[in-house]
Ligand binder design. Structure first.
Ligand SMILES: [Zn+2]
Ligand SMILES: [Zn+2]
Length: 157
């Protein structure tokens, strides 16, 4: 068990150094997940689940082993789970009285208006990425999602 933990830590440090542009203290991730300060994305097995944790000005997704209480790796930016996370945050707005995008101020088009589940505001599809950074990451909108457990609810097997 000790050996496994050590191996996971080495593996984690290697992945972080190749996939992120900044170092991460493993304990910061462990604490964040332990205290519910992360977004539970999905459970991959009884042992392993995916969590997004705010680090620097990003929301990287980690593979977390609950038996060893270790983050095993960080997912590469190309991972489909980053899109999955966004698809859970930005849902198609069902309102038919939408007016202007909260991000750019342009008129919203029926059928292509998104609603951010963090701030409940409506935005246009063009503003999805900029709103993700400004609201979800920088304005700590992710906290709404981590507290409500909206992401994982009903999505696990
Ligand atoms: Zn917009
Ligand atoms: Zn928002």
């Amino acid at each position: 068990m000790v050996k496994k933990v050590r191996q996971q830590q080495l593996h984690f440090n290697q992945r972080v150094s190749t996939r992120l542009t900044y170092p991460i203290n493993r304990k910061v991730i462990v604490d964040a997940i332990g205290k519910g300060n992360g977004i539970h994305i999905i459970k991959q097995s009884n042992r392993v689940s995916l969590w997004a944790v705010r680090v620097e000005n990003e929301l990287p997704i980690f593979v977390y082993d609950k038996i060893t209480k270790n983050p095993v790796t960080v997912l590469p930016k190309e991972s489909e789970y980053y899109d999955y996370l966004k698809s859970k945050i930005f849902v198609l707005s069902l309102r038919d009285d939408s007016q202007w995008c909260n991000e750019c101020g342009k008129p919203l088009a029926l059928g292509s208006t998104l609603q951010c589940r963090c701030c409940i505001n409506e935005i246009c599809t063009d503003c999805k990425n900029s709103h993700y950074i400004s609201c979800v990451i920088l304005n700590n909108g992710w906290k709404t999602l981590s507290q409500s457990k909206k992401i994982s609810k009903g999505d696990d097997e």
